[in-house]
Design a protein around this ligand. Structure first.
Ligand code: BES
Ligand code: ZN
Length: 575
């Protein structure tokens, strides 16, 4: 029986406990070539089904090198190709020689001109189901693995960083070196991550550093200067940080997400470098995943809200601890706005607005939205408010302790909640959030003195307040011009502010909006900005949207291209 609708892994078969990787990174061919060894928890025999996508399989052997029968099935659209290996009696593992495709879905290969430092760059993004395009493995978060050793052979002027512990560099040839890592904590395969580039570090504290291409390093060190403070706030709230180091790697602009919680090494979009620390909540979020997501992990994409809803909740608790309740409520209000946009977008597919989903046959990248984040947050806040904070905080600690280094379903959460705090879920109406589409009437509403001041015409005092104000502003050209001259919105570095303003300009039909939109779309590949700006732009003028996309496309990740192409297609179908 299969464990996860998005994996060929089978419950009856041996489970991987650890892997070893040895890969040569070939920038000219855009491939990884090498070997993976899978070591099982218990020796096994019979069939072993692995996930692969666009891999070339050269040889499959036992750990000691005896060749094994195997068969690569035809590719399925979402899952990829099943690699079925026939194990001999009591096999402790398998070893596979393979190569990746230049179009591997987990990888983006960048030309020197697409980076800040003018050197080639490679990065991986495995969540949700792209690890299988990097290596043949059981690509489901139900199966956690350690990494005994990962060895990357790279051009010696570049360096590999992995979301793992560094074991140093060994010379390999005149022009190449081998960067070595290990990952002692068991992780779901979607947290395997590495990047190769001309990267340099700035220490932030004994256990925190930021990595970036040289031209961005100082700006990054300033922007993320509060990482250690956030880490301490997280530990006070949620218990010890289990991952030793917490480093941040600034990605090239094509990185499709705001951040990715790769263990020990958060990947972040360079668009968080606003120069004023106003987007530091992205770091609070990715750091919070160290507890919610990385320690306690969703069992499949159907329970994604357990990762993201809990993490938004944890992120806002960190924000509240460091910057006060008003600031946390501003973020909650802004999140409530994002949630409404997502609910509107998914109106034709209400089943995707539940927290617990059934994504069998659905590509999780297609179901992705703010709903698991912000509706999940509101459910957890409702539970907190119903139980009272001290009781709820004790529950949270117990939950993280009970399920640490495990992958769980929504049902596991609900059952544990019932044993710890009987009747609470019913009193909070939890199942209405979990299994019904839309947002229940009894959902909590963000409230604070600053929110009230803003809604009754008070002046914003910081970028987050300005954002909340903009999100509540009607698209009226005269009003927008006044706001622009007061707050310099069209020249803001923060894309959070600038893209929100551009959306308003587009809706108001202002002539300057198209060029402003174009500048946003050429500057970033972050989907959070691309999706709404292309949607609004294409509504106004589909041909212009298409032209800008043709110009910008080379700077986007393939996941972002898929999203934008879907938006453009939808908009042209609507006319
Ligand atoms: N884990 C997500 C990013 C992700 C989700 C990648 C699903 C692939 C599939 C990450 O933690 C995240 O939530 N990023 C947000 C940050 C924001 C909530 C502060 C983003 O990218 O916008
Ligand atoms: Zn997240």
């Amino acid at each position: 029986m299969r464990l996860d609708p998005h994996s060929y892994a089978d419950v009856g078969q041996p489970r991987t406990r650890s892997i070893d990787l040895a890969l040569r990174v070939d920038f000219s061919r855009r491939t990884l070539e090498g070997e993976i060894a899978l070591h099982f928890h218990q020796p096994g025999d019979g069939k072993l089904d692995l996930d692969t996508r666009d891999l070339r399989i050269d040889a499959v052997t036992s750990l000691d090198g005896a060749s094994l029968r195997h068969e690569l099935a035809p590719a399925q659209p979402i899952l990829g190709s099943r690699l079925r290996v026939t194990l001999p009696g009591r096999a402790a593992g398998v070893r596979i020689q393979y190569g990746t495709s230049p179009t591997a879905s987990a990888l983006q290969w960048l030309e020197p001109a697409q980076t800040a430092g003018g050197q080639p760059f490679l990065f991986s993004q495995c969540q949700p189901i792209h690890a299988r395009s990097l290596a043949p493995l059981q690509d489901t978060p139900r199966i956690r693995i350690t990494v005994g050793s990962a060895r990357f052979t790279v051009p010696s002027r570049l360096r590999t960083l992995m979301a793992a512990a560094s074991k140093g560099r060994e010379p390999s040839s005149d022009t190449e070196a081998v960067d070595v890592f290990e990952m002692p904590q068991p992780i779901p395969p979607y947290l395997l991550a590495f990047a190769v580039g001309d990267l340099t570090a700035r220490e932030l504290s004994p256990r925190c550093a930021v990595w970036a291409e040289r031209p961005l390093a100082d700006a990054a060190a300033y922007e993320f200067g509060e990482a250690e403070k956030m880490l301490r706030a997280g530990e006070d709230l949620f218990g010890p940080y289990e991952w030793d180091r917490y480093d941040v790697l600034v990605m090239p602009p094509s990185f499709p997400y705001g951040g990715m919680e790769n263990p020990r090494l958060t990947f972040v979009t360079p668009s968080v470098l606003a120069g004023d620390r106003s987007l530091a909540s992205v770091i609070a979020h990715e750091l919070a995943h160290a507890w919610t997501g990385n320690l306690v992990t969703n069992a499949s994409a159907n329970d994604f809200w357990l990762n993201e809803g809990f993490t938004v909740y944890a992120e806002r608790r960190i924000t509240e601890a460091l910057y006060g309740r008003d600031m946390a409520e501003l973020h909650a209000a802004s999140g409530r706005h994002d949630l409404q946009m997502a609910l509107d977008r998914f109106a034709p597919r209400p089943e995707l607005t539940r927290l617990r989903t059934d994504l069998e046959g659905v590509d999780p990248d297609e179901a992705y939205s703010s709903i698991p984040y912000e509706k999940g947050y509101l459910l957890l806040r409702k539970l907190e408010e119903t139980a009272g904070r001290p009781v709820w905080d004790r529950f949270l600690r117990a939950y993280l302790g009970k399920f640490r280094f495990q992958s769980i379903t929504t049902d596991d959460f609900l059952q544990f909640l019932e044993t710890q705090l009987p009747g609470l879920a019913a009193r909070a109406g939890a199942l209405e959030f979990i299994d019904r589409p839309g947002l229940p009437d009894h959902a909590p509403e963000p409230q604070s003195a600053r929110l009230e001041a803003l809604s009754s015409g008070g002046e914003p005092r910081n970028p987050t307040e300005l954002l909340v104000l903009l999100q509540a502003t009607a698209p009226d050209a005269a009003k927008l011009r006044e706001l622009d001259s007061r707050w310099d919105l069209s020249r803001r570095k923060s894309l959070e502010l600038r893209h929100t303003f551009v959306l308003l300009q587009l809706r108001a039909g202002m002539p300057e909006a198209v060029d402003a939109a174009r500048r946003v779309l050429l500057e970033t590949g972050r989907m959070r900005y691309l999706r709404p700006v292309y949607t609004e732009l294409a509504r106004r003028d589909a041909a212009v949207a298409r032209r800008i996309y043709d110009e910008a496309r080379g700077g986007y990740h393939h996941i972002a291209r898929t999203v934008v192409e879907a938006v453009l297609k939808e908009q042209s179908a609507e006319r």
